[in-house]
Write a protein that binds this ligand. Structure first.
Ligand code: ADP
Length: 220
C-alpha cells in the first residue's frame, strides 16, 4: 500500500458504484481522479473529488494524459457497457497499473475480466444478493463470507453461549466456531475472551467455517 500522499487512484465511470466508491476514498484522504464520458455526472463530482474529467476512457491517450498510467490503483466502475469495461481494463493492465479493480455485472463479464488479468473483480449485485439471502433466511444481523469458505457473523447470542464464561461453554469444540466480540445493548463492542460471560440478548461476533457459523447462528 502506498505511503500517505501517494494514495492516488483513478475511478473510471461515476455511476452509482463509482460515485460511492470515489466519495468513500476521498473521506479516507486518497487523491481521487474521477472520469466519465457523461458531462452531467462529472459536473456533479467536480467539487467532491481531487480531479475530474469528461472523457471516453476507452481512448488510451486520454488515460495517459490524465497520468492514470502512473497511478498505483485504478477502478473500472463501468458496468452496463461491457465492451468499454473490457477495453479500459485491458488498457490499464497493458500500461502496467499495479492494482486494477474492475466491476462486473454478470459472472461471464467477471470471468473475462479475470482472464484479462484484472487484479480484483467485484460483482456488487451478485455478492450483495447472496449476502442478503443469508440475512433473510437466518437470525443473523450481518454476514461476511471470505474466499475460503470462512465467515464472520453478527448475531444474537444463542442460549448455549450464555450464562457461563465462554471458555466453559464448549462452543468452540461443539460447534466449531469462535466468539470474537460481544456487544451489550447501549455499550460498545469489546473483544471476547475465555472469561467473558455472554448474557441472553447480547449481540456477538462469531467466526468459523461458513457452514458451522450458519448452524450456530440458527440455534435458539
Ligand atoms: P452504476 O450501476 O454503478 O451506475 P453504470 O454502468 O450504470 O454503473 O455507470 C457507469 C458509468 O460509466 C456511467 O456514468 C457512464 O457514463 C460511464 N461510462 C461508460 N462508458 C464509459 C467510457 N467509455 N468512458 C467513460 N465513462 C464511461
Amino acid at each position: 500500500r502506498p505511503a500517505h500522499g501517494e494514495q492516488r487512484i483513478a475511478v473510471i465511470g461515476l455511476g452509482r458504484f463509482g460515485s460511492s466508491l470515489a466519495a468513500e476514498l476521498m473521506a479516507r484522504k486518497w487523491d481521487v481522479v474521477g472520469l466519465d464520458e457523461n458531462e452531467r455526472r462529472v459536473q456533479r463530482h467536480r467539487d467532491l473529488l481531487t480531479h475530474t474529467a469528461v472523457a471516453d476512457a476507452t481512448d488510451d491517450e486520454v488515460l495517459r494524459q490524465l497520468g492514470v498510467h502512473d497511478f498505483s490503483s485504478a477502478v473500472v466502475a463501468i458496468g452496463s457497457d461491457v465492451e468499454a469495461s473490457i477495453l479500459v481494463t485491458s488498457n490499464l493492465l497493458e500500461a502496467g497499473v499495479p492494482n486494477v479493480w474492475a466491476k462486473a455485472i454478470s459472472r461471464q463479464h467477471g470471468m473475462i475480466l479475470e482472464r484479462l488479468g484484472a487484479h480484483h473483480v467485484v460483482l456488487p449485485e451478485h455478492e450483495m444478493g447472496e449476502r442478503v439471502a443469508h440475512l433473510v433466511t437466518g437470525r443473523m444481523l450481518d454476514f461476511i463470507e471470505f474466499d475460503d469458505d470462512y465467515a464472520l457473523v453478527k448475531t444474537i447470542a444463542p442460549r448455549v453461549a450464555t450464562g457461563v464464561p465462554l471458555g466453559e461453554t464448549g462452543v468452540r469444540a461443539t460447534y466449531g466456531v469462535t466468539v470474537v466480540g460481544i456487544k451489550r445493548s447501549g455499550q460498545d463492542f469489546t473483544y471476547a475472551t475465555a472469561e467473558t460471560v455472554v448474557q441472553p440478548g447480547d449481540v456477538i461476533i462469531v467466526t468459523g467455517r461458513t457452514q458451522a457459523v450458519e448452524s450456530f447462528a440458527e440455534l435458539e
